[in-house]
Structures are given as C-alpha cells and as structure tokens.
Design a protein around this ligand. Structure first.
Ligand code: PMP
Length: 373
C-alpha cells in the first residue's frame, strides 16, 4: 500500500529522472561555460534539454530560463516590475506570488464560490485599472481547481496587458503544450517527478530586460550561476516520460479520486469539498472535515502510514492555513479543519480506498476521545 497523498507538496523522483540525472552527472559534469571540448558537450546537452522542454510546453527554447524552482521564478518576475506599476494577482496565488506582489502596487482578483477566477472580473479590472501584468495560476495547489488561464491569456493579449501563469501544479499532470499562449509561465521540477531545486520561467520572446541574478553570462545573462545541467536533464526527462500517458492517467485517476470522495461522503455527513463543482486536477481533494482539528487528522493518519497536508504547506515554511479556504471567506473554526489530499500518477484504487477507511478509523478514535492506538 502506498499512503503518500501529498504529491502537490512534492513528488518522489521518477526512475527515468534518476537515470537521467546519474548519466548527466557522470558524463557531462563539466561547466557548460568553459571552453574545452567536454564543456562544449555539456553546453550542447543543456541546450538540447531546453529545446526538448520547449517542445513539451509549446514555447521556443529562447524563451526559457532555468531557475531553482517556482518560488524563484515567481519572485524574479514580480520583483522585476517597477514598483509603481500595477500588478493584478488572484486571491488564491501561491505565497511566492502573493508576497512578492505585496510590496508593489497590487490589485487582487477575487474568486467565485468555486475558488475560480472569472474572466469577466479580469476584464472589468483591466478596463478600469489597466495593470501592467495579470498573474493567475493554471491550477490551484490546494483545491486543484483549474483556472481559466486560456481565456484570461486571450483577454490580456487583446487588451495589451502581460499575462503570467504559475503552472507549477499543472505541468506534469495535464497536457502543457498550449501554455505558451501565456507571456510568462512558471514551472517546478519536483512537482512532476524531477529533482528538487530546479524549475523554469518562460518569458515573452521579446523580453530581454529581465535579470534575476547578476554576476555571470549564464542563461543569456539573465540568471548568473553555473547551470545545474544534471537536474535540468532529469526534470525534462521526467516530463517527457509522463507526457504521453497524461490523458489516460487523468481519466483513470479522476474516477479513483471521485470514488474516494463518495466513500468519504458515505462516512461523514457535512463534509465540505472545496471547489467540488469546478474542473480540477485529477489528483486533488481539499476538504473541510465536519469536526476535529486538521492536525489531529494529520498526525493520526500519519501513524497509520498516510501522508496528507493541511492546505498550503508553504506559508512560513510550515503547514499554514489554507489560502483558498480563506479567500472563500471561511471562519477561523472551519480553517482549522481543512485537509488536503493529493494522489499521484501511480496511486491505486486500493490506496484511495484504504485512505477513506483510515479516515473512518481515525474518526472513531477521535470521537471516543481515546488516545491514539
Ligand atoms: N507555485 C505553486 C502553485 C506551488 O504549488 C508551489 C509549491 N508548493 C510553488 C509555486 C513553489 O515551488 P518550488 O518548491 O519549486 O519553489
């Protein structure tokens, strides 16, 4: 039984990514900026990985800057905007977008009762306030709700406003080739079986002003520092390996996830599933439990071999309260009962059902007021 249900926090290294990392580290460990033949080969491999990633996400290779992950990509973009320019960010963005935007001239895009940003709200805001940049994530990390980024990207283009999507949770779970309709795209390797500390930011073709880190010519002068070619190779290999089967996996996993929700509903009256009627990632369920604090659920499930989370794992580097449930106007008591379940590509029907059974067992234990077994 595999009880790991926190794939939105991070994923195990894909075996193909591990192989790719080992090979790249053994054969092409040289500094891609050095001038001898072996370094040239490493540089060629790096550029080939960029091309391959470009094909997977539908973007020209020149638009891709490799970074240390989605947090860096989001910070780099938002911090690069002059502080007097208006940025519109949704109320459910990851803290790496929210907090970087907070120091600037920020407008907040609200979400509807399903936790989804409505294109009409974006349109109204663009027409009245004319922000420089709109940032709406592709899929929410807590609720899994898919955001209408395609419509919003088209709208922004029509209005001459730049559009950024943080696609950290979308890439590797859903087909990504049309993401290039967005001006800026954020991606993160460890969300889809690649190594941690690796990711990318896609820029609009013409954008050359953005400098993330200074002090070297790497990444076209935009991000200095020796490139982590083995991690980049492993990230691209993970995505290449997963991409052909995503449609099938999504179809099958949605059914398993929905059966889990049904099993939970039959055990728990008054279970609230957030964003239930919105299209969502096939692996994610965000729930407000009818009773008991989420940490009690989390620790007792953990003792039974299940790993879940309490919403956003990212606030202040520890489990924080849910950004999404807060944006939906929940009270403090509800916020304490939020749990997030996120399965993976290989989670089985038995795993999902065993989790539902474990929730039932923990509930009995908590209702008895008894001590954990
Ligand atoms: N954006 C989103 C939507 C995320 O889910 C995460 C990871 N929780 C991040 C950004 C940060 O990613 P990284 O760990 O690569 O910095």
């Amino acid at each position: 039984m595999n009880g790991y249900f926190d794939h939105n926090a991070t994923t195990p290294l894909h075996p193909a990514a591990r192989e790719a990392w080992l090979l790249a580290s053994e054969k092409h460990w040289h500094n891609p900026s050095s001038l001898y033949r072996d370094a040239g080969l490493a540089s060629q491999q790096l550029e080939s990985a960029r091309e391959r990633l470009g094909t997977l996400i539908g973007a020209e290779a020149e638009r891709i800057v490799f970074t240390s992950g989605a947090t860096e990509s989001n910070n780099a973009l938002l911090a690069s905007l002059p502080s007097d320019q208006l940025v519109a960010v949704s109320a459910i963005e990851h803290p790496s977008v929210q907090e970087t935007a907070r120091g600037r001239n920020r407008l907040e895009l609200p979400v509807n009762a399903n936790g989804v940003v409505e294109p009409d709200a974006v349109k109204a805001l663009i027409e009245t306030k004319r922000p420089t940049l709109v940032s709406v994530m592709a899929a929410n990390n807590e609720s899994g709700a898919l955001q209408p980024w395609r419509e919003i990207a088209a709208l922004c283009r029509e209005q001459g406003v730049l559009f950024h999507t943080d696609a950290a949770q979308w890439i590797g779970k859903l087909e990504a080739a049309s993401l290039s309709e967005c001006d800026f795209i954020t991606g993160s390797s460890h969300k889809f079986g690649g190594p941690k500390g690796c990711g990318f930011l896609v820029l609009p073709t013409e954008d050359s002003r953005l400098h993330f880190i200074r002090g070297g010519p790497q990444e076209n002068g935009r991000r200095a520092g020796t490139e982590n070619y083995p991690a980049i190779e492993a990230m691209v290999t993970a995505l290449e390996t997963l991409t052909p089967s995503l449609a099938k996996i999504g179809h099958e996993q949605t059914r398993l996830r929905d059966d889990f929700i049904a099993a939970m509903r039959s055990r728990f009256e008054n279970l609230r599933v957030i964003s239930e009627s919105a299209p969502s990632l096939w692996n994610t369920v965000l729930m407000v439990m009818p009773s008991h604090d989420n940490l009690k659920w989390l620790t007792r499930l953990s003792r039974r071999g299940f790993s879940i989370s309490t919403g956003s794992a990212c606030s202040s580097g520890k489990e924080g309260s849910s950004v999404v449930v807060t944006a939906l106007g929940a009270n403090a008591d509800e916020l304490k009962r939020v749990v997030r379940i996120s399965g993976g590509w290989e989670t089985t029907k038995e795993d999902w059902q065993a989790l539902a059974t474990a929730f039932g067992d923990v509930s009995e234990e908590l209702n008895r007021g008894g001590r954990p077994q």
